[in-house]
Design a protein around this ligand. Structure first.
Ligand code: GAR
Length: 202
């Protein structure tokens, strides 16, 4: 059975959606460990209530990003992690961790990539005036939100949508597609051809 661990920086609602999907049996896997670069985050409360170990790793305690990620890597390995889910993890994941877990780090981004990568994706969508927005689950590569796309889900943007209302609409979709992508991974159904991904039918 595969083990899923999480990198978070805050609220952790996507972590919760995946972890609960594991608990309910929708995803056949085990929860590994939650790691945050910010102390005292809400995701830790969720982890505690679900009985999942959690760690604060302070980037400021390390002299380089590589040393910081080496510590993260050692915690992930000590919990036999097969897949890392970045869930609102607001740090760039560098080559060190990517090489250690190549095609085994997923991220969710609140936009239909390649549109609106980076920060404040929902505000970027509102400001641009798009009529359709959404979210993307992708593998993490060396670029910012550039990795192979696993799943996407779209929502309509209404004339009266604000950054907050659009974020809430997109978040509801995030909580559906992220657990589904993890489920596909755990069932070995994700097939990668260069940067294109297909999902094997059961
Ligand atoms: C989510 O909307 C996620 O897509 C976004 O942060 C939020 C985290 O919420 N991630 C990014 O913007 C990454 N570039 P959560 O902590 O409740 O899962």
């Amino acid at each position: 059975m595969k083990k899923i661990s999480y990198l978070v920086s805050g609220r952790g609602s996507n972590f919760k959606a995946i972890a609960e999907s594991i608990k309910s049996g929708f995803i056949s896997a085990e929860n590994g460990v939650v790691i945050s670069n910010v102390d005292g985050v809400k995701a830790f409360d969720t982890a505690r209530s679900l009985g999942i170990p959690y760690f604060f790793v302070n980037p400021k305690s390390y002299s380089s990003k590589e040393e910081y990620e080496a510590e993260i890597c050692s915690i992930l390995r000590s919990h036999s992690t097969d897949l890392i889910c970045a869930a609102g993890y607001m740090r760039i994941i560098s080559t060190y961790l990517i090489n250690e877990f190549r095609n085994r780090i997923m991220n969710i981004h609140p936009a239909l990539l390649p549109s609106f990568p980076g920060l404040h994706a929902q505000k970027q969508a509102i400001d641009y005036g798009v009529k359709i927005a959404g979210c993307t689950v992708h593998f993490v590569d060396e670029g910012t939100d550039t990795g192979p796309v696993i799943l996407q889900s779209a929502v309509d943007v209404s004339d009266d949508d604000t950054e907050e209302s659009l974020s809430a609409k997109i978040l509801r979709e995030e909580h559906k597609v992220y657990p589904l992508a993890v489920k596909y991974f755990c069932e070995d159904r994700i097939i990668i051809h260069d940067r294109k991904i297909s999902i094997r039918q059961n």
